[in-house]
Design a protein around this ligand. Structure first.
Ligand code: NAP
Length: 249
């Protein structure tokens, strides 16, 4: 294992769902993880305890990813506790309530763009600054299959926010490559987490599973394993790529 393969990782939105599965997977592989969350102290604390019980290292940081100072504090926490990150997973994201475009409340529109777009940019800035000082690393952004499917009748605004993440991935990979920094994204399809119910669409997975060629909903662990690979040296020549994890849909 090379030093960057076992180096510290920052994960935004790591307390639940895909982020939490990734934190556990990385910690089990021996990588210390500093992760952020927005509101649920209990979920974050429980995850930290689970990681420690399994012999890993993790620290939780309450840090709204759309707040520049909070994002910088998350990175500072990682540096102080574990050292500069060699991997960063920019995962935190929300959909807002599901609705058609004409019914979209401007407050919800702005919040989704603040968290998914501005938040991803802020974390990417902090990641590049930290990695430029230490000779490079790997950044993984969280996109969605929605970016190219469009999110019609549910969340066109969310799909568009992930389209912006795709552009960030391609542009930043070119900008940061010379500093030894790889930038990729994952684009999950239908994954079994609480995000659908939070949007008021708890039945969504059952309704849409028939459209998935593999015939089933994906798990958070299946996205986490792709992210862990992108964060490792096993993917050392992969950069500027968006990998679908969508069961063929
Ligand atoms: P989830 O189960 O709802 O978990 C979201 C995580 O992000 C939680 O830890 C939450 O913390 C945190 N978070 C939310 N807003 C935040 C903010 N402003 N600042 C910091 N942390 C914040 O969601 P998920 O399904 O795992 O989704 C994770 C990412 O994958 C999102 O970007 C989502 O768009 C993307 N994605 C998901 C699917 C899917 O089907 N699930 C498909 C494609 C893409 P709190 O609990 O404290 O709020």
């Amino acid at each position: 294992m090379s030093p960057s393969d076992c180096g510290p990782v920052v994960v935004t939105g790591g307390s639940r769902g895909i982020g939490a599965a990734t934190v556990e997977r990385l910690a089990a592989a021996g990588r210390p993880v500093a992760f952020s969350y927005a509101s649920s102290d209990v979920a974050a604390q429980t995850l930290c305890e689970r990681v420690v019980q399994a012999g890993g290292r993790a620290v939780a940081c309450k840090a709204d990813t759309s707040d520049e100072a909070a994002v910088n504090e998350l990175f500072e926490t990682c540096i102080v506790r574990f050292g500069p990150p060699t991997g960063v997973f920019i995962n935190a994201g929300i959909t807002g309530p599901a609705c058609r475009l004409t019914e979209l409340d401007p407050f919800n529109l702005r919040r989704v763009l603040e968290v998914n777009v501005v938040g991803s940019f802020l974390a990417a800035q902090a990641a590049v600054r930290a990695m430029s000082e230490t000779g490079g690393g790997s950044i993984v952004l969280m996109s969605s299959r929605a970016a190219r499917l469009g999110g019609a009748n549910e969340w066109v605004h969310y799909a568009a926010s992930k389209g912006a993440v795709d552009s960030l991935c391609v542009g930043l990979a070119r900008e940061a490559g010379p500093a030894g920094i790889r930038v990729n994204a994952v684009a999950p399809g239908l994954i079994d987490t609480a995000i659908h119910a939070a949007a008021g669409r708890g039945e969504r997975l059952d309704e849409t599973v028939s459209a998935v060629p593999l015939g089933r909903i994906g798990t958070a662990g299946e996205v986490a394993s792709t992210v862990a690979w992108l964060l490792s040296d096993e993917s050392g020549y992969v950069s500027g790529t968006i990998i679908d994890v969508g069961g063929g849909r």
